[in-house]
Design a protein around this ligand. Structure first.
Ligand code: HEC
Ligand code: HEC
Length: 297
């Protein structure tokens, strides 16, 4: 009897493990010949450059004083340190052999070219909202950067949390991949702002509180959160600034890092505003419209 029960338990565990393995498995996508710079239109590369600024790719993928986009930047999480990767088009240590399909899968689903799951310190949960043409533009921009040889640094996350396949479970619980869905009751400008804020500019990655497993709490969007020893304040009605964040103050702060009533953007927000300063003024105005409507100013 006991033997049978044990057999049953072992059987269930084995099926569970195999089942999870199948569920977590993603194919490795073959390396492709390096696309030449001439295969991308200059307009597409330029569009990708603006999007890379809107998504602060360089902030996270460059170490202080290091080569742009060569990775190795340390991100402390509650579980350990994760290092960003080399996203220059070096064929061996970067993304040089990646097809656009592999790049698109990484950006939208958080899966590496070799099929391994990426950690959500890389904000793919926001990048999943990107349009196809914006993903193409980012690919064109990255593939036309100077290739840099820089090996990946392994995360210091302890076993078993470092098992990348387990990220499939995290995704099942928290990841809801979806393209941006415009709100028909709002203006085109509001929707442009929402698209940038929710997607490539991932404002919620710092301004939305996270649960114990590190996922943003959807029902507390932009309610304010602690990040890298800083407080990213609420961007909604609960913002405690004595003077409300009007549209114009948001534009000034986001594009120059300074607001006459609210002072200077410091810490991680300083890097954000330096990056956003490279956006077309209409895009910054759109982000401001979105948040002015959220905070009711
Ligand atoms: C908040 C920090 C952060 C930002 C912003 C960020 N990344 Fe990353 N990215 C990471 C980290 C960390 C990893 C590695 C995750 C891992 O090892 O699981 C990563 C991995 C990647 C990968 C997978 C590469 C590989 O070799 O596995 C690609 C592609 C990528 N990022 C592209 C981008 C692009 C393009 C942007 C800008 C639109 C961007 N990232 C912005 C942190 C960031
Ligand atoms: C990398 C993390 C990070 C990201 C991404 C980020 N912020 Fe911030 N933000 C912060 C931090 C930290 C502060 C506090 C800065 C300070 O104390 O000077 C802040 C401050 C602000 C403030 C001032 C609030 C106040 O009451 O003082 C506004 C407004 C703001 N952010 C808007 C945005 C918007 C809009 C986006 C997206 C386009 C964004 N932030 C993306 C971290 C971030």
């Amino acid at each position: 009897m006991l033997k049978r029960i044990l057999f049953l338990i072992v059987g269930i565990l084995a099926i569970g493990t195999v089942g999870f393995g199948v569920f977590a498995w993603r194919p490795s996508l073959a390396k492709v010949p390096q696309p030449t710079a001439a295969s991308f239109s200059p307009a597409l590369v330029r569009k990708g450059e603006v999007l890379a600024s809107a998504g602060y790719c360089a902030s996270c993928h460059t170490v202080r004083g290091g080569q742009p986009y060569a990775g190795g930047y340390a991100m402390a999480t509650q579980f350990g340190t994760i290092y960003s990767t080399n996203i220059t088009p070096d064929r061996k240590t970067g993304i040089g052999g990646w097809s656009e399909a592999a790049f698109e899968r990484a950006m939208r689903q958080g899966v590496r070219r070799d099929g391994a799951h990426l950690f959500p310190a890389f904000p793919y949960d926001h990048f999943s909202k990107l349009t196809d043409s914006d993903v193409s533009a980012l690919y064109a921009f990255m593939m036309t950067r100077a290739p840099v040889v820089a090996d990946e640094r392994n995360p210091t996350i302890p076993w078993p949390l470092n098992i990348r396949a387990l990220q499939a479970g995290w995704k099942l619980l928290f990841f809801r991949p979806a393209r941006f869905a415009p709100d028909a009751t709002q203006s085109a400008e509001w929707n442009r702002g929402a698209y940038l804020a929710e997607g490539v500019s991932h404002c919620g990655a710092c301004h939305t509180p996270r649960g114990s497993l590190g996922a943003e709490k959807r029902d507390q969007a932009y309610a304010g959160a602690a990040i890298d020893g800083w407080i990213a304040p609420s961007l909604g009605k609960t913002n405690s600034a004595p003077v409300p964040w009007s549209h114009d103050e948001l534009v000034a702060y986001l594009s120059t890092g300074v607001s006459q009533y609210h002072g200077t953007a410091a810490g991680p927000m300083g890097a954000v505003s330096r990056s956003l300063s490279k956006l077309p003024p209409a895009d910054v105005a759109a982000i401001a419209t979105y948040f002015a409507s959220r905070n009711g100013s």
